[in-house]
Write a protein that binds this ligand. Structure first.
Ligand SMILES: O=c1ccn([C@@H]2O[C@H](COP(=O)(O)OP(=O)(O)O[C@H]3O[C@H](CO)[C@@H](O)[C@H](O)[C@H]3O)[C@@H](O)[C@H]2O)c(=O)[nH]1
Ligand SMILES: [Mn+2]
Length: 755
């Protein structure tokens, strides 16, 4: 473990990104918002009800900005120095790596295989690593792909280490052609490895849709007569690194697991899979640290495990108890950069308080924390306190918490006491692993209150709150190039549905016993950290946003004033202008273009008025017990696999003009956006032909110019819908959506005109 000599340089450092300039900008915007609210209060009596509605919406926006300012106040991140690790650490801690997958169609096995290969090939002693793939789809194709991948890994892993390959997911690596080199051995190895990878791709492709190979091989017997939601537990050791000494030619363990599923049992989607992974890995290797990635998130940085260990080992020497190390989620196929910007500003902001929020992927966890320990259950030297020993290691309580498997209990005790795990063959544990995969294993235990927490489809936020409430800190490491890269749905329905799930999950957290709202003063969580979890509920702002986007149109048609009059209009104009410039600066500061800033602004507004709006409906239906909330798996794609071994052109296969174009279909998700667009167009048209009512009987009455500008701004924000009105095919708004939105627009216009 880590050398205690203090004269050596630290393994990681905390870097503060505090900026007085940004604080002043944040506070100025906040001041302008409050001034606007004050102006509205002072002129409430002179205006009609719409003034009050605007006031309420703006109060919500001001509250959100207040929270954002608090979160961003003292941004920070950790910078690890993996090069210093070797001189400091003699015995590296083990790390178990989890990859959950659930659907071989939406998550093609070749993507999962690439993720697994990138993990198996990281720069870390191979005998300290084990990779576990959980398959909720119970797919023989996924299992087959992994067995084939493990054979290829014996070529790929040594190749990566010998030539210090930077990107260790073969599909990415082979996108680039072989660079001319004098090293003939390298050229030969490169060509051979590429050929083998192509063979692997072809084998997987051939096996897709053709299942005769299933019967031919006894290894697949476990998969016969299974359905994804009705089958027994399957545990298969795909590759065991027997007697490994950790040299560069070895391949770490690879284990395939699929927990039992029966139609009438709750299986808790990804969260259930994660807890099963936690148990099986506990039985087999019981590493003190665990990496968890989504099946499409390959390791893009070979040193990533070493980076995470730098943070853990450095913190283990002081009493700063770090529960997890989170790397940002970044994507190889994203044409919009709104997440990168969000993570860079808000993510670092939270990181500077108690630590980043766990975001489901690209995160290293501590096993002991996942088994339910609080930060004050530990002594300064990291051992269990006497109270915790009594509370956690009592035999009855162990069975009550972790279930009845004797092997499991033994492994939990070992993990809690940080005992080194007796090496046994992985196959020795298959029976015990099957036992802890039964549907009823968790029944009347604490699983779901410990491990990954149940009752929300956003298990990441939920679990994260649980950890921070127990007084742990977490760490944010954001290397360049990114540590992990994954696939994100293209802009359109897929992305909207994904955002709807995230928003629904976030609101579900509000109603949990972990809720940052309930138990406001409970737990060892810092106040600003609690605020950060409130920010996650930003999805609730969809209602004021929707209303606000309709207000200018309403006021224009109804001939009432929305914005302050005279010189005070400057207040609104400055606010809008400053906010635009500020967000533009944030984008450009990270190297993104003006265009990408503009696209991101509209994407956020579209997400707010569709995904977030429908998530509120999901929650209401759940609370009324009318429907349950499911986990719709996001579709993963990789740059044309064909091009990987035929043209090596990558994304160039897609016409550039189609990249990032908004796709529509007849889903109800597109109705709000179309409706907003039509309403604002109608109001502007009405304004232009002086259709507005001439009487000023309804309150203040405005010249309408400011409101017309408001409409133009809304149209600019929803410009994909404007384009969608004129485009055809998947880029055009379908007639059914258009007619529904048009009907609503007519109702709105009639209502606004007061006919
Ligand atoms: O029943 C299920 C459903 C999903 N998954 C896996 O969960 C992961 C995440 O699913 P994905 O469809 O990719 O969701 P995303 O919206 O892209 O994921 C983000 O949001 C989720 C919460 O909604 C988090 O769990 C993820 O870690 C986070 O990356 C994938 O590896 C899936 O295979 C399962 O194992 N079982
Ligand atoms: Mn995903």
């Amino acid at each position: 473990m880590a050398d205690s000599s203090s004269s050596l340089l630290p393994l990681c450092e905390r870097i503060s990104h505090k900026s007085y300039f940004l604080r002043i900008v944040d506070l100025t915007i906040l001041g302008l918002l409050f001034s606007l609210l004050l102006y509205r209060i002072m002129h409430m009596s002179e205006n009609d009800n719409i003034w009050l509605v605007a006031f309420l919406c703006e109060s919500c926006f001001s509250f959100i900005w207040l929270i954002i300012t608090c979160i961003k106040w003292s941004p920070a991140e950790d910078k690890p120095y993996p090069n210093r690790l070797d001189e400091r650490v003699h015995d590296f801690p083990s790390v178990d790596m989890f990859v959950p997958t659930a659907d071989p169609v939406r998550e093609p096995p070749i993507i999962v295989v690439n993720t697994v290969l990138s993990l198996l090939a990281v720069n870390y002693p191979t005998n300290k690593l084990a990779c576990y793939v959980s398959d909720d789809g119970c797919s023989p194709l996924t299992y087959f792909s992994l067995t084939e991948a493990s054979k290829f890994a014996k070529i790929w892993v040594p190749f990566c280490k010998k030539y210090n390959v930077r990107v260790r997911a073969p599909f990415r690596y082979f996108l680039n052609p072989l660079v001319a080199t004098d090293d003939s051995v390298f050229s030969k190895d490169w060509k051979m490895t590429k050929r083998e990878y192509e063979k692997l791709c072809r084998k997987i492709e051939d096996a897709t849709g053709d299942s005769h190979w299933l019967d031919a091989d006894g290894d697949f017997e476990a998969f016969s007569n299974t359905k994804p939601n009705d089958h027994s537990t399957i545990v298969k050791v795909v590759w065991e690194n027997k007697g490994g000494v950790g040299d560069d030619k070895e391949v770490p363990h690879l284990v395939y697991i699929s927990r039992e599923k029966r139609p009438n049992y709750l299986h808790h989607y990804k969260t259930g899979a994660m807890n099963f992974l936690l148990r099986v890995s506990g039985l087999m290797t019981n590493a003190p640290y665990m990496l968890n990635v989504d099946c499409d998130m390959y390791a893009n940085e070979p040193d990533v495990v070493r980076q995470a260990m730098c943070v853990f080992l450095e913190n283990s020497k002081n009493s700063n108890h770090c529960a997890f190390v989170q790397f940002p989620q970044e994507f190889y196929d994203s044409y919009t950069n709104e997440f990168a910007v969000l993570q860079s500003y808000l993510g670092r902001g939270v990181a500077g308080i108690q630590g980043p929020i766990y975001c489901g992927s690209g995160c290293f966890h501590t096993r002991r924390v996942m088994y339910g320990l609080s930060s004050d259950d530990l002594e300064d030297n990291g051992s269990l306190s006497s109270v915790a020993t009594w509370e956690f290691l009592d035999e009855d309580s162990l069975v009550r918490k972790y279930g009845s498997s004797k092997e499991m209990v033994k492994s939990v005790v070992g993990a809690l006491q940080l005992k080194s795990y007796p090496q046994k063959s992985l196959t020795y544990f298959i029976e015990a692993a099957q036992e802890v995969g039964h549907c009823h294993y968790e029944y009347q235990t604490s699983w779901g209150n410990l491990g990954w927490l149940y009752d929300s489809v956003a298990e990441d936020i939920n679990t994260s709150i649980g950890i921070h409430l127990r007084g742990w800190t977490s760490s944010f490491v954001s290397p360049d190039p990114p540590a992990f890269l994954g696939s994100t749905p293209s802009v359109g329905l897929e992305a909207i549905v994904q955002q709807r799930r995230w928003a629904t999950g976030a609101i579900e957290v509000l109603f949990n016993k972990q809720s940052p709202l309930i138990g406001m003063f409970r737990g060892k969580i810092k106040f600003r950290q609690r605020l950060a979890y409130f920010w996650v509920l930003i999805c609730l702002s969809s209602i004021p946003e929707l209303i606000y986007f309709l207000l200018p149109a309403y006021c224009l048609l109804h001939n009432s004033a929305l914005f302050p009059k005279g010189p005070c209009l400057c207040l609104t104009a400055t606010l809008v202008g400053m906010h635009c410039l500020y967000s533009l600066w944030q984008f450009m500061n990270l190297g993104f273009s003006v265009q990408s800033w503009y696209v991101a602004q509209s994407i956020w507004r579209i997400i707010a008025t569709s995904s977030w709006l429908f998530s509120i409906q999901d929650i209401i239906l759940k609370l009324l017990r009318i429907s349950k909330i499911g986990f719709v798996i996001a579709k993963k794609t990789m740059p044309e696999t064909r091009s990987v071994y035929e043209s090596s052109q990558g994304e160039d296969d897609v016409p550039k003009s189609d990249l990032g174009k908004f796709e529509f279909d007849s889903s109800c998700h597109f109705i709000p956006g179309t409706f907003i667009m039509l309403v604002n167009l109608a109001a502007l048209a009405g304004f232009l032909v002086r259709l507005q009512r001439s009487s000023c009987s309804h309150g203040g009455g405005g010249s309408g110019l400011a409101e017309a500008c408001g409409c133009i701004l809304v149209i600019m924000l929803f410009h994909p819908f404007l384009k969608g009105l004129f485009e055809h095919g998947k880029y055009g708004i379908p007639l059914s959506t258009l007619s529904k939105a048009a009907f609503l627009t007519v109702l709105f216009v009639v209502f606004s005109l007061g006919i």
